[in-house]
Design a protein around this ligand. Structure first.
Ligand SMILES: C[S@@+](CC[C@H](N)C(=O)[O-])C[C@H]1O[C@@H](n2cnc3c(N)ncnc32)[C@H](O)[C@@H]1O
Length: 377
């Protein structure tokens, strides 16, 4: 596999953020569409993207794309691919499916046909009848859209939001990729104070600390493609070692993270410890009504409780409290994600910018309030 067509799947609303990350990593030949970015790369790029992208969801290989109006066509064109070079004898493969606006609308039938064609092809090399249950997992997908079948192989395995540090979660944790995007969309930099007064499991402050110390998000986890038969095992080793060598261990940070719940704070501390960030983030138990912050050009990035996920009636009151806190620190900037459309009214101020983001399937708004620029910036 020399030239690989790579598809990076992205949460709706974050395409531009992922594009910016890719440009910073030196990739410039990009095709950006809703929910995805495509580029052409190598096996090494697969490892780099899995290890380093903070705001993307998955890295897929586009194996084939062809018109399929009948199951016969779907079978034949799938069979044409040389699966013997892709899946080993012990390969534990599974095929998922999707279909929209296509003659072949039955997803289960399409999955079955693709599976059959793959097994038939593999049988020309190996003596296999059943699926293996080995750890060498190949997650495939056949997606039919307007009669075009696209077959992809997922190189990530678990989604990229699974960094490996959030062993425990408190109540409604935000996705790690959204948390990283919130930080990257803000004007925060590591010279400024950062505070998350509703920190829960600590996702936002932990992602911020990882960005500031240049800790690659995938450094402590594994990816399905590490075990693929066509992956050179040294590639991941080398790329992971490079990521470790780039960590800025000495970077001093001023990150504060509080929550009303003792349990949340102990979960957040335990998560930070997994990455060795326990000294970098100052976690403490505090009701937002009692939080006192120095008026020194800091940045609040937070995910206040909202009824849909937490089930409480306090949404409005806590948004009012957040607004009061912000009023007391006029040099600060504030960024809050919420699915509450009346957030601005309760907060008491219209945001400078409001961006639609999807946290999983939940439509949310990223409300952004810009404070003055720090004098030293
Ligand atoms: C939506 S969750 C935050 C989730 C967090 N971003 C994460 O990734 O885990 C909201 C948090 O607000 C906290 N909270 C509720 N009322 C509070 C209050 N009065 N003061 C401070 N924190 C509060 C809850 O304990 C909960 O952890």
């Amino acid at each position: 596999m020399d030239e690989i067509k790579i598809i990076i799947t992205v949460n709706f609303g974050l395409e531009a953020v992922v594009k910016r990350e890719l440009l910073n990593l030196g990739y410039d030949n990009l095709t950006v569409e809703d929910g995805r970015v495509e580029l052409v790369g190598t096996l090494r790029d697969i490892a780099i993207l899995n290890l380093r992208l903070r705001t993307a969801e998955r890295i897929l290989i586009k194996l084939a794309s062809f018109e399929a109006l009948t199951f016969e066509e779907l079978f034949d064109k799938t069979f044409e691919l040389d699966w013997r070079e892709i899946i080993s004898k012990d390969g534990n493969f599974l095929v998922q499916g999707r279909s929209a606006k296509s003659k072949l609308f039955s997803v289960s039938d399409s999955q079955r046909i693709v599976e059959k064609a793959i097994i038939k092809k593999l049988q020309t090399k190996y003596d296999i009848e059943t699926f293996s249950k080995s750890e060498e997992r190949y997650k495939l997908e056949v997606a039919l859209y307007k009669d075009i079948a696209t077959i992809t192989l997922d190189t990530s395995g678990d989604g990229l939001h699974k960094r490996g540090y959030r062993e425990m979660a408190y109540k409604a944790p935000i996705s790690e990729t959204i948390a990283a995007s919130m930080v990257m969309l803000s004007y925060w930099n590591d010279e400024r104070m950062l505070c998350d007064p509703f920190c829960g499991s600590g996702t936002i402050p932990i992602e911020a600390a990882m960005i500031a110390k240049n800790i690659a998000p995938g450094i402590t986890r594994h990816f399905d493609s590490e075990k693929f038969m066509f992956m050179d095992e040294n590639i991941y080793k080398e790329e992971r070692a490079k990521c470790y060598s780039e960590i800025d261990y000495d970077k001093k940070l001023q990150i504060f993270a509080s929550d009303i719940s003792y349990r949340a704070i102990s979960v957040a501390k335990a998560n930070a410890e997994i990455l060795g960030l326990e000294e970098d983030i100052n976690f403490f138990v505090k009701d937002i009504r009692e939080l006192d912050l120095p008026d020194d050009y800091g940045v609040i990035i937070t995910n206040p409780p909202y009824g849909v996920r937490i089930g409480g009636d306090e949404t409005e009151e806590l948004e009012v409290e957040l607004g009061k806190l912000y009023k007391s620190i006029p040099t600060w900037s504030l960024y809050a994600i919420s699915s509450d459309e009346s957030f601005e009214r309760n907060f008491g101020k219209k945001s400078n910018r409001n961006r639609k983001l999807y946290n999983g399937r939940i439509k949310t708004y990223y409300y952004q309030y810009y404070g003055p620029r720090p004098l030293k910036d």
